[in-house]
Every structure is written in structure tokens, then in C-alpha cells.
Design a protein around this ligand. Structure first.
Ligand code: C2E
Ligand code: MG
Ligand code: MG
Length: 634
């Protein structure tokens, strides 16, 4: 027997407390402006249903107490159970909406979410006729019906589903969200437990209201504010939305708008006017789109999240509207607008790259189209992976001439990549990318192996070649097993290390100079010759030159230009050469393109030259042909 009983006054207090909590919540919500996205809408519905729970409870109680009548008591009791179930249903929907978008849910999935609710509703609605949930009479009060457990099981079922879902999707949910959900669930399970043990206490309504306020607080804390005057939202919210769409593989575009002459305008029209212009433009954009679709990236950059229609077309349209003269306090200021759009998944298919592209765009100065660099970088990354997988990297050789002997005694091995989609990609472009993502190690090993194979298959003496030069990346040199890898590859072809000269370049990147120096020294000890590449462009070269034992220093193209430059530059060139000679190193001048350069370098006693003047880098067979012919072999 289930009586509304004596402790009603006690439970009544809980209901009143719940209503007070809701009143606070309403004030809180009314005082701020939010974006009505999926999660927020669900939270509103959840709260609305949650408010009704104590209200119906009180009404039902009063209806009994004041003997208002059979029908009203019955209806309020039914509504109470309905509202209660609906709250838990929305709770599950809310948790799901944090990761999933409703558009992407399958019909069968939706069916299973709604099914328990539907059963519950039907069972409740049948109560007046079949006493399914309870029977009520003024004399006997409330008596549980045969299907009464359903109104208890379904809410528990939704809570349990939420719990399992949160655990299952834990990787896609933020830590704070999970903590909040676990906390709320614990509260509710505790309330259910208390009510099960102490059947005369009704604390659940109060706990539901507390849960709702916790959830609201949580949502509002994490939510970027909407700018009052422009209707634009902070970028954190773009990230949140973006992550959700990517997780759901839902196609979208981000349209980026930037006032590219912001700095220049500031100089000309003053900061206040320029800021006012930026605001005008922002509010134009903010009011043109739905609330919660435009995001503030920086003072001069705004992102628009577009999910419907052709973004290319929209970009063009918007550009025409914005790239105009704007009236700011009587001043006619013309704004240079820079726009681009990134399509997911066509242009970029992961989140980090989207963030990087946006950041890049926001930082970017005038020149348009640079956002495509980030996209291009991504494509090159794919091309590198493809190249490694399909073995399509190649090694070309560029002959280097000994000016003393007047023959080609060596060559620089240079890696080449031709991608089926992107065509030939220059190492100047893909090497830095490969260094960033670590694929340089595999590429470097491939080049070393190819060169070793070449040396082992050809008679170097007969060709007149002393050794082959190849480029080492700093990243390679910093690998733990670097020395062993080199030894293993060289050992595989039984090559004497004297046939190899390893070129390294200085970079200002923050690598560990100690490991680098130690590895170079280890190579030197094992008989490999070392060359310092790109001398004259890098950083701290002088120090490196002194601390490592370089047999060769390669003057960069830029330095080589000095040789045909004005007299003082020529002097620099000669003096540097003397310094290097005094340290018992030899000089290779790179990038020799003209006869004039060649003759000058020869006249000042430069040791070796490399450049298009003799040959571009060529495939192995052409290189062998070239040296055979020029060194008059065979
Ligand atoms: P680098 O090591 O300084 O190589 C010399 C670059 O100058 C080569 O460019 C070569 O083709 C170019 N060059 C040679 N003679 C002339 C000339 O007369 N005029 C002009 N304008 N250029 C000339 P490439 O092959 O495009 O390579 C660019 C850079 O990529 C290389 O500069 C090197 O730093 C890197 N690289 C190339 N292959 C490898 C490799 O196998 N491993 C690593 N780690 N880096 C490589
Ligand atoms: Mg080089
Ligand atoms: Mg170089």
C-alpha cells in the first residue's frame, strides 16, 4: 500500500526547495544570452520538465489534502510520473548530444531511445481505465498497480544508459563533462536508493532540480559569451562545434574573413576608428547569419561555420558585400577583405589541421591564398606517405668538379619525389614537412641505402669518383639509434666509409646540440667525412665549424653570388675561404651557374664547384654517363 501519508509535509518542503532552486535557475538563464544549439535546447526541455515534477507533485498532494476531486488528483499524479520519465529521457539525450548530432543518428538508434519513453507514456495513460500504474480512490488513497515498476525502471534505465554511454564515449568527452555527468548520476542514484530504502521520503524531485542547476552552470561556464553589439561568439565555441561535427563526420565548411589592412588602417585613421570599423564589419557578419554561427578569431578575423549550401558561392557573395567602403563616424574607410573557406573533409580531414589553418589565417598578412599553404602541406604529407609506401622516391646526382684536377670527383645525392596526384615536389618543400612529422628518418635511410647500393655496384676508382655526398637532416642525427642505423645500412653493402661524405646543415631549431655534436664525432671516428652544408645562410656556423671536424664546407648559392658581386663581397668570399683553408677544410661553392663565376672561383683557388653550369641533378644512369664522358673513363 502506498500512501501519500503523514510525512507529506516533509516531502512538501523538498518540493518547495526544488522550486526555489528553479527560480534561481530562471533568473540565471534570463540574465545571459546563449546560443540555442542542440545541447542547450535539450537542457531547456529537461529543465522545463524538471520544474513540472515538483509542481505536479505539490498539486497532486494538495488535491488529495483538500479533497479537490478524484479526476484532478488522478491527472496530477499521471502528469507527475510523465514529467519524471521525460526528465530522464532528456538527460540521456543531453549526454548524447554532447558527442552526436541528431542529424547523424540512424532511425533504428532513435527508435530504441524513444521506445522506453513510449512504453511508459502508454502505460501511464492507460491508468484511469486499467489501473496500470496505480489505482486511486478517495477512501483507499493510492494503491500501486501491476505495472507500477515501469515508472521506476524506465528512469533508472535512462540513467544507466547515460552512464554506460559516458563511459563508452569517454574519449570524445571532455574530462570536466564526464566529471559533471558522473556527479549528477551519483546524486540521482543516491536519491533513488534513499527512496527505495526509506519509502516515505520523496527526495528525488529536489535532486532533479539540483541536477538541472548543476548542468546549467556547467554549460554556461564552458560557453563563450556572445558579444553584445555584434552577435559574435568566442572561438572556443567554434572548436566545440567543430569537434562535434568532425566526430560525426558531418560535412561543414569554415569561411574565414579577415580585414587584411587592419594595421595600415590603424596607422592612417587611428586605432579607435579602425576598431569601430572592425566592429561594424563584425556586426554585419554576426547579424547576417544565425546566432552561434560566427566566431571571433581575433580583432580582425572572424570565422563562419557553414553547414548548408555551397561555401564557395557564399564566400564570393559575402566578399562582394564586405570588400567595400564603410562609413565610420563620417569617415569613408575602404576595407581590404581577405576570405577563404576550408571544407571538411575535402580540404582537411582532421581537427588539428583545421585549427592550424585558422591560426595561420589569423596571423597572415595581406597576401591572399596563404591558407592554401596549410592545405598544401597536408597534401604533401599524404604524398610523402604514398611515396614511402609505393617506393617512388628517387635519388638524383649532381656532379661536383675538382678545380685542381679538372675532373668530377664527387657528386651530391639529392632526393626526388614525383607524386601521381601532385606531380614533382621539390625537396625544399617536402623535407621540412618530413622533418616535422618524422618521416625524414625513413626518407634519409632510403637515400643512404640507394647511395650505398650505387657505390657497391660501380667501380668508383674507374669512374674517377672519390666519394658521394649526401644530406643528413638534423632530425636524423638526433635519433637514438642513428649511428647503428648508418652502420647497418653501410655494412649491408660492405662499403668503406671513406666513400661517403655526410652533409649537415645548421638550423636554429631547438635540438639538443650535445647529442648532435656527439653523433657527428662518432661518425668522424668511424671514418665518414663530414661536410657543413649551406654555409653563409644558417646560424652559429662559425662555432659549429670550429667544434666539429668538417672536411668540407659548402658555400651556399647566396655566398657563391658574392663571387660575382661587388669588390667588397668578393673580399668576404675570399677571406672566408682562407679561414676555412687555414682549418684544413676544403670549400665547395654551390650554385655556380655562369662561366664568369666558374672562372673567378678557379682563379682564387676554390677547391670544388657544384652547379647548373656543369649539370643539374640527374638520374643515376645519366650521372654515370656524364662522369664517364667528362672524366674520360674507359
Ligand atoms: P642543398 O643540400 O643545399 O642542395 C643543393 C640544392 O641546390 C639542390 O636543390 C640543387 O638542385 C640546387 N642547385 C644546385 N646547383 C644549382 C644552381 O646552379 N643553381 C640553383 N639555383 N640551384 C642549384 P634541391 O635538390 O632542390 O634540394 C634542396 C634542398 O633539399 C637541399 O639543399 C637539401 O637541404 C635538401 N635535400 C635534398 N635532398 C635531401 C636528402 O636526401 N636528405 C635531406 N635531409 N635533405 C635533402
Ligand atoms: Mg646539400
Ligand atoms: Mg647546400
Amino acid at each position: 500500500m502506498y500512501y501519500w501519508g503523514d510525512i507529506m509535509a516533509f516531502n512538501f518542503t523538498f518540493d518547495i526547495a526544488a522550486l526555489i532552486v528553479f527560480a534561481v535557475l530562471i533568473i540565471l538563464v534570463a540574465s545571459t544570452k546563449h546560443i540555442m544549439d542542440d545541447t542547450f535546447k535539450i537542457l531547456y526541455k529537461l529543465t522545463a520538465a524538471a520544474v513540472l515534477v515538483p509542481i505536479f507533485d505539490i498539486c497532486c498532494g494538495d488535491s488529495v489534502r483538500y479533497e479537490v476531486g478524484y479526476v484532478s488528483t488522478l491527472v496530477f499524479a499521471m502528469l507527475f510520473f510523465l514529467a519524471h520519465t521525460v526528465v530522464t529521457f532528456y538527460f540521456l539525450s543531453y549526454v548524447m548530444a554532447e558527442v552526436e548530432m541528431r542529424q547523424t543518428r540512424s532511425a533504428i538508434y532513435k527508435f530504441f531511445i524513444y521506445l522506453p519513453l513510449a512504453i511508459c507514456v502508454v502505460v501511464i495513460l492507460l491508468t484511469p481505465w486499467f489501473n496500470t500504474i496505480f489505482s486511486y480512490s478517495i477512501e483507499a488513497g493510492f494503491v500501486k498497480g501491476p505495472l507500477y515498476p515501469i515508472v521506476g525502471i524506465v528512469p533508472v534505465f535512462y540513467f544507466l544508459w547515460s552512464l554506460v554511454y559516458t563511459i563508452y564515449r569517454r574519449h570524445l568527452l571532455s574530462r570536466s563533462f564526464k566529471t559533471m555527468i558522473f556527479f549528477v548520476l551519483t546524486l540521482n542514484f543516491a536519491a533513488i536508493f534513499i527512496e527505495a530504502v526509506f519509502t516515505d521520503i520523496a527526495i528525488r524531485n529536489f535532486i532533479i532540480s539540483v541536477s538541472a542547476i548543476i548542468m546549467f552552470f556547467f554549460e554556461m561556464m564552458g560557453r563563450a559569451e556572445i558579444e553584445e553589439d555584434t552577435n559574435i561568439v568566442g572561438k572556443e565555441y567554434l572548436l566545440e562545434e567543430g569537434v562535434r561535427m568532425i566526430n560525426n563526420k558531418y560535412p561543414f565548411s569554415i569561411i574565414l574573413v579577415k580585414m587584411s589592412n587592419f594595421e595600415a588602417l590603424s596607422d592612417t585613421f587611428g586605432n579607435n576608428n579602425t576598431t569601430a570599423l572592425a566592429k561594424n564589419i563584425a556586426s554585419y557578419i554576426g547579424n547576417r547569419f544565425k546566432l552561434g554561427r560566427c566566431f571571433r578569431i581575433s580583432e580582425s578575423t572572424i570565422a563562419i561555420l557553414n553547414t548548408d549550401g555551397d561555401s564557395g558561392e557564399l564566400t564570393k557573395q559575402l566578399y562582394a558585400e564586405l570588400d567595400n567602403s564603410w562609413d565610420v563616424e563620417g569617415l569613408d574607410i575602404s576595407c581590404d577583405i581577405l576570405m577563404t573557406h576550408i571544407d571538411f573533409p575535402d580540404d582537411i580531414d582532421d581537427f588539428d589541421n583545421i585549427v592550424a589553418a585558422i591560426r595561420y589565417f589569423a596571423k597572415m598578412e595581406r597576401s591572399a591564398g596563404h591558407i592554401n599553404e596549410r592545405i598544401r602541406e597536408k597534401q604533401v604529407e599524404t604524398a610523402i606517405e604514398r611515396g614511402l609506401k609505393n617506393n617512388s622516391f628517387e635519388v638524383y646526382y649532381q656532379p661536383i668538379r675538382d678545380l685542381d684536377r679538372d675532373t668530377f670527383v664527387t657528386a651530391e645525392a639529392l632526393v626526388r619525389l614525383t607524386d601521381p596526384e601532385l606531380g614533382p615536389i621539390s625537396p625544399g618543400e617536402f623535407i621540412p614537412i618530413a622533418e616535422n612529422n618524422g618521416t625524414i628518418v625513413a626518407i634519409g635511410n632510403f637515400v643512404l641505402e640507394t647511395v650505398c647500393k650505387f657505390i657497391s655496384e660501380n667501380d668508383m676508382e674507374e669512374l674517377g669518383l672519390h666519394y658521394i655526398e649526401l644530406n643528413l637532416s638534423v632530425i636524423q642525427c638526433l635519433q637514438k639509434d642513428f649511428i647503428e642505423t648508418v652502420e647497418r645500412i653501410v655494412g649491408k653493402y660492405s662499403i668503406d666509409p671513406k666513400y661517403l661524405c655526410l652533409e649537415v646543415t645548421e638550423t636554429a631549431s631547438n635540438y639538443s646540440p650535445k647529442v648532435f655534436t656527439r653523433n657527428l664525432a662518432a661518425l668522424g671516428e668511424r671514418g665518414y667525412a663530414l661536410a657543413l652544408d649551406d654555409f653563409g645562410t644558417g646560424y652559429a656556423n662559425i662555432e659549429r665549424m670550429v667544434t666539429s671536424d668538417f672536411r668540407i664546407v659548402k658555400f651556399d648559392k647566396e655566398m657563391t653570388q658574392y663571387s660575382t658581386g661587388e669588390e667588397r663581397l668578393q673580399e668576404v668570399f675570399e677571406k672566408m675561404q682562407n679561414v676555412i683553408h687555414s682549418m684544413d677544410s676544403m670549400v665547395v661553392a654551390e650554385g655556380v651557374e655562369t662561366k664568369e663565376q666558374y672562372e673567378y672561383l678557379k682563379s682564387i683557388g676554390c677547391d670544388y664547384i657544384q652547379g647548373y653550369y656543369f649539370s643539374k641533378p640527374v638520374p643515376q644512369e645519366d650521372f654515370v654517363e656524364f662522369v664517364k664522358e667528362n672524366n674520360r673513363v674507359g
